[in-house]
Design a protein around this ligand. Structure first.
Ligand SMILES: [Zn+2]
Length: 369
């Protein structure tokens, strides 16, 4: 079979102070909600979400997320959702909270409402979760029957988040076109379970174009905690375009290499998802026959957004070839997405990791003091 498949959330809402209207959207889909957020996010946004849900007479069960999108945490919260008869599961926060909310909603067969408080990953719109061990090691993907029913992004909240969240989201979104293109060229399958549509290809390309145009302005906007058209464009690119683009466009090597990095111990665990993906994208470009100009275009943008581009930047300056092989082997296990885009071995990936590091070092030597 050679079916093209495109999937997406039912509704996407983005704007300044958008969560003030969350009750109006949620009341159409249910009247008993469970709201999941970590301790910090309860202060920043989740208390407001609850307030606006209650304004529309929606009952709310409140849960504090423990920080890891693990099987145990998903089971713990699913139990609470079941006991409170919640039919609407609202995740408020970053990628791991949102991925946990999707799992909970799947368990109780509920309606999924996703409220990202940062534009740091492309997790919000997809019909899958990334599952980690209690220690934060990548375990695998969990797929669901449907995408979220509602995604609400309040750009005022996003603008108030630390700048590192936005740059991480941009890095995650910059991988979208690089990965989709490689899957399309190799006629690989996507996370949606089929081949790429023209729609997903166009979305992934537009994602890249938007970021090269507006990423730096958006990054400056967040430093000023200002909602600007540039920020709105980049929030949409990071969240909607990247979300649809990776899921229905295809994941290739960059995310597989990211997943490989989570297999290592040490300081690399302090990097965000997007930061590891930034380096993974450079590795993918090094693995492909991309021109010096194209690779340097990415390095330049990453540097301007204070993203990591070398092994030293990702705290692996002193990593042994053995460690790098461990990453490369994890990135090329049979189930990894790299095989949708490439015919490569772990040894090829290890070489590309060293090459990407060297390309960026040489760029820095040429253009930076
Ligand atoms: Zn990602």
């Amino acid at each position: 079979m050679s079916e093209r498949i495109f999937i997406s959330p039912a509704k996407y809402v983005q704007g300044k102070n958008a969560i003030q209207r969350i009750g109006e959207y949620v009341k159409d889909i249910g009247n008993q909600a469970i709201v999941i957020a970590d301790e910090t996010v309860w202060e920043i946004a989740a208390n407001d979400v609850v307030k606006h849900l209650k304004e529309e007479s929606i009952e709310v069960e409140e849960v504090v997320f423990n920080g890891e999108a693990s099987k145990a945490e998903m089971e713990r919260i699913s139990k609470i959702a079941g006991e409170s008869n919640s039919t609407v599961v609202v995740g408020v926060g970053g990628g791991k909270t949102l991925d946990t909310a999707k799992a909970v909603s799947d368990e109780v067969k509920g309606q999924t409402v996703i409220v990202p408080t940062t534009a740091s990953t492309d997790a919000p719109t997809s019909a899958l979760s990334v599952v980690y061990s209690n220690e934060g090691v990548f375990e695998g993907y969990r797929f669901y029957d449907k995408n979220p029913d509602l995604v609400i992004v309040d750009t005022k909240i996003v603008a108030g988040a630390p700048k590192r969240f936005l740059s991480s989201g941009i890095a995650d979104a910059l991988a979208t076109w690089v990965e989709a293109r490689s899957v399309i060229e190799n006629k690989g399958k996507t996370m949606a379970g089929g081949y790429t549509t023209i729609a997903a290809q166009a979305i992934a390309e537009k994602c890249e174009e938007t970021l090269f145009k507006y990423a730096e302005l958006a990054y400056e906007s967040v430093k000023a905690k200002a909602v600007t058209p540039a920020l709105e464009n980049v929030v949409e690119a990071n969240t909607l375009l990247s979300g649809l683009g990776f899921e229905s466009g295809g994941l290739g090597a960059a995310h597989a290499i990211h997943n490989g990095f989570t297999a290592l111990d040490g300081d690399i665990h302090h990097l965000t998802h997007g930061e590891k993906v930034a380096f993974g994208t450079l590795v993918q470009l090094a693995l492909e026959e991309r021109s010096k100009e194209e690779i340097e275009r990415y390095i330049k943008l990453y540097i301007s957004l204070e993203l990591p581009v070398t092994l030293e930047d990702i705290k692996l300056k002193d990593a042994s070839r053995e460690d790098i092989m461990k990453v490369a082997e994890a990135a090329t296990v049979d189930e990894e997405t790299i095989h949708e885009a490439f015919k490569v071995t772990a040894d090829d990936v290890a070489d590309a990791i060293y090459a990407a590091d060297q390309y960026a070092k040489s760029y820095k030597e040429k253009y930076q003091k």
